[in-house]
Write a new protein. Structure first.
Length: 326
């Protein structure tokens, strides 16, 4: 049995679908709420659905749990309730970590590129205490993920008993099917495709940095299928442990992404630049890119999907279809 917390969410539901196709026995822990989030898992073949408040009760009955993928979190970078963020992103993660230590269960969890903050210290996925101490997250979400990464690093440095496999994944800018419940936190692809479909220009922020043209701001955009491939690979490679970046290793501009959306929709490329809100200008990130050397050194060799191909698959296989769900 494999447990996926946050298994009805964006990345989690894609992972559940992949594990189900492999005939792995999967349990999902999540909340569905009163929206269409349930559609994310409507096609998946999983064995059990557990509400978070019943998770401890469910775990107490498990005798054959192989691994926990802990993807459940408060993932909004604008969430103002820092107590809630800490309770879910740190305390729950710590509780599951300790359960995995006590029961000899593998633990793969979601960290985030938000731990890098503005990127002034770079994007090196150095999981040591010294490496993590250099990072300065900019919001409560990034801080909570960073706090848990440091908590894990302290366990490792102190020689404490660890889960038989432990991996933290610093997800960069993920896009792909089943993200629609995220609202304003959806990827740029999901937010801008309706404009292209309606024959309107894609709107992008102007730049306020002399080194970047309007639309030239850059991110490491990664297709969710690539994230799932890495997570499944980890399940098949139990000897891999550590904290790893999960991006493509190549930053691309928002203008490149906009052109890819238009091309995938067989529409003319139209970009309109709008002023960047003053409230986000001081901490705006103009560049993110995930060094992928550590994951490659651990043995992962599959190429990552370029945005042109990933956006094509997303637009033509999901966003433009009546049924957008995987």
């Amino acid at each position: 049995m494999i447990l996926v917390t946050g298994g009805a969410g964006f990345i989690g539901s894609n992972l559940v679908a992949a594990l189900s196709r492999r005939s792995d026995a999967v349990a999902v822990c999540d909340r569905l709420h009163a929206n269409d989030k349930w559609r994310n898992i409507a096609k998946a073949d999983f064995l059990e659905f557990i509400r978070p408040e019943r998770l401890n009760e469910w775990l107490a009955k498990q005798t054959a749990l192989e691994a926990i993928y802990h993807l459940g979190a408060i993932s909004s970078t604008t969430e103002a309730d820092a107590d809630l963020v800490f309770d879910v992103n740190v305390n729950l993660s710590t509780s599951l970590w300790r359960w995995c230590v006590d029961h000899g269960v593998r633990f793969i969890y979601a960290s985030s590129a938000a731990t890098y903050g503005a990127g002034s210290s770079g994007f090196d996925d150095d999981g040591s205490l010294e490496g993590l101490a250099r990072l300065r997250p900019l919001n409560a979400y990034g801080w909570s993920k960073h706090y848990f990464d440091r908590r894990v690093a302290k366990q490792v440095a102190a020689g404490k008993t660890l889960p038989p496999q432990w991996v933290g994944l610093k997800f960069f800018n993920v896009y792909g099917p089943n993200e629609y419940h995220k609202g304003a936190m959806q990827s740029v692809v999901a937010q801008k495709y309706p404009l292209v479909a309606a024959g309107q220009p894609i709107t992008l922020f102007t730049s306020h940095h002399p080194q970047y043209a309007d639309g030239g701001q850059m991110r490491d955009f990664i297709f969710v299928d690539d994230c799932v491939d890495v997570m499944v690979w980890l399940l098949d490679n139990a000897g891999v442990n550590g904290l790893f970046n999960l991006g493509t290793g190549r930053a691309r501009s928002f203008a490149d992404l906009a052109r890819s959306i238009a091309e995938a929709a067989c529409a003319p490329s139209q970009i309109e630049f709008i002023p960047m809100p003053e409230s986000i200008r001081p901490n705006y990130q103009y560049f993110t890119e995930a060094p992928m050397d550590r994951l490659r050194a651990a043995g992962y060799v599959k190429p990552f999907t370029a945005i042109e191909e990933g956006v094509r698959q997303y637009v033509q296989g999901y966003l433009s279809e009546q049924d957008r769900y995987r």
